[in-house]
Design a protein around this ligand. Structure first.
Ligand code: PHE
Length: 454
């Protein structure tokens, strides 16, 4: 039976683990979401708070997820069931699967836009358009149902295709090729953008903190962005952690991935904001920011045709190594809990995600009238997953590892093949017992307005 646990797939090497995990972390969250969320929340000050959260909350949650996954060797729901039999902790696992549905639905919609823009780049569709016309082009594209739907299904199909091939022959194989490609493309683009006339304004906006822009909502947005960008709080890394071999070190993986993810977000900021300022676009122009500024840069630049294709390939690649990681959460859950074949699980997952996905795609066209708490379906999935589900999940994940699994189990996973300097584990335990959960709870309750402290 294919749900049999002893022949579970695994990542073949440490590089494979890092490529796959960094592939999950680095994505539209860094290149599409980070720039516009930072733009709407004050730029430099937002970046600073964001960095703080990566350090004191992000890395500890990431490591906690690896510990859970590798201890249990199960999907997100099965992991909690196995480690805490008969206890209600599995609810966190279920929340993770729900969050995976939410993220994959709107995320694949945006990933689909990338394919449209790649197509436009190749066919010279931006040629001769002014700033205003490019803006109109974006709104008229997302404002009509057919093409965004088409691209959504293409992207969903690609994601399903890779996942069907398995952990080693699918996820790991493609991540090892695509991630190095992404890094090279990004560096080329940053150099190009920083050498535009007027680039300095954008660099200033990104690095010069203006704390007058900071509100409690900004702080929650920074926390949500940190969770979203690192792929934590919903069990993606529990699932990936369950494929890591016992010989591979978890701490160094977590730190490398967090550093790589942060670098890519900053580099993406350095590719976008100089252009935003050079072409006098509003830095807070929302979800369209990247899709409007980037064609603008390429329009006005030597070799723009070529760079534009590079950029949208980059964005598509970044998105793909993330969508596969989210789909894997659902597929691993279906395979092990419903005891069905991987291929059947993949079909079931892609078809069911697509139902919610279509609603997200249509949020900017035929279904824009449909609101829940005044959010479109797209906005609800985007805001709700990052700012509500992930922080809540992350809170319970660190609590689970710190107070339920406990120090001994943590020690087993963290010092498998080499002896630690004895300070690390006590320090980590302190962070996940007190610092991280208190910080998450405080920011969360403030951000959603349940408590008022200032
Ligand atoms: N981290 C991914 C990105 O930045 C998105 C993601 C979130 C993937 C949660 C998996 C889980 O694009």
């Amino acid at each position: 039976m294919s749900g049999h646990h002893s022949n579970r797939d695994f990542f073949s090497s440490k590089f494979g683990v890092i490529a796959a995990t960094a592939g999950s972390a680095i994505g539209l969250g860094n290149i599409w979401r980070f720039p516009y969320v930072a733009g709407e929340n004050g730029g430099g000050a937002f970046l600073l708070i964001y960095l703080g959260f990566i350090l004191i909350i992000g890395i500890p949650v990431m490591l906690s997820e690896f510990i859970i996954g590798r201890s249990a060797h199960r999907n997100v729901f099965g992991s909690f069931r196995k480690l805490a039999p008969g206890k209600p902790w599995y609810i966190i696992g279920l929340m993770g699967v729900v969050a995976a549905f939410m993220i994959l639905s709107f995320y694949t919609a945006v990933a689909g836009w990338t394919l449209e823009y790649l197509y436009q780049s190749i066919t010279n569709g931006f040629e001769g358009l002014t700033s205003t016309e490019l803006q109109e082009m974006y709104y008229s594209f997302i404002g009509s149902p057919v093409r965004p739907l088409l691209w959504f299904f293409v992207f969903m199909g690609l994601t399903g295709y890779i996942i069907m091939a398995g952990v080693q022959k699918g996820i790991e194989k493609y991540s090892k090729i695509l991630m190095p490609l992404l890094v090279v493309l990004l560096i080329i683009l940053v150099i190009r953008s920083l050498t535009l006339p007027g680039a300095a304004g954008g660099v200033q906006f990104l690095f010069k903190p203006d704390f007058s822009k900071i509100t409690t909502k900004t702080i929650l947005e920074a926390l949500g962005q940190a969770f979203f960008s690192l792929s934590i709080g919903m069990g993606t890394l529990i699932t990936y952690g369950s494929y890591i071999q016992k010989k591979d070190r978890l701490e160094s993986t977590a730190v490398s991935v967090a550093v790589a993810d942060t670098l890519v977000a900053v580099l993406a900021g350095l590719a976008i904001f100089p252009a935003v300022f050079a072409f006098q676009i509003e830095p807070n122009s929302g979800e369209g920011l990247v899709y409007i500024t980037i064609p603008n840069i390429f329009q006005q630049m030597h070799g723009g045709y070529f760079f534009s294709i590079l950029f949208f390939v980059l964005l598509g690649v970044a998105a793909l190594t993330s969508t596969i990681s989210v789909l894997e959460v659902i597929v691993a859950f279906f395979v092990e809990e419903l005891r069905i074949k991987r291929s059947a699980a993949t079909w079931l997952a892609t078809v069911s995600v697509s139902i919610l996905g279509v609603m997200c795609v249509l949020s900017t066209s035929s279904m824009s009238f449909f609101r829940i708490f005044n959010f479109t379906v797209f906005d609800l999935m985007n805001f709700g997953s990052a700012n509500i589900f992930l922080p809540l999940g992350g809170f319970f994940i660190v609590i689970f590892v710190a107070w339920f699994l406990g120090r001994e189990q943590v020690g087993k996973e963290l010092s498998h093949n080499s002896k630690h300097k004895s300070g690390f584990i006590p320090f980590f335990m302190f962070v996940i017992k007190f610092l991280a959960p208190v910080a998450i709870a405080f920011i969360f309750l403030q951000g959603v307005g349940l408590i008022k402290f200032s």
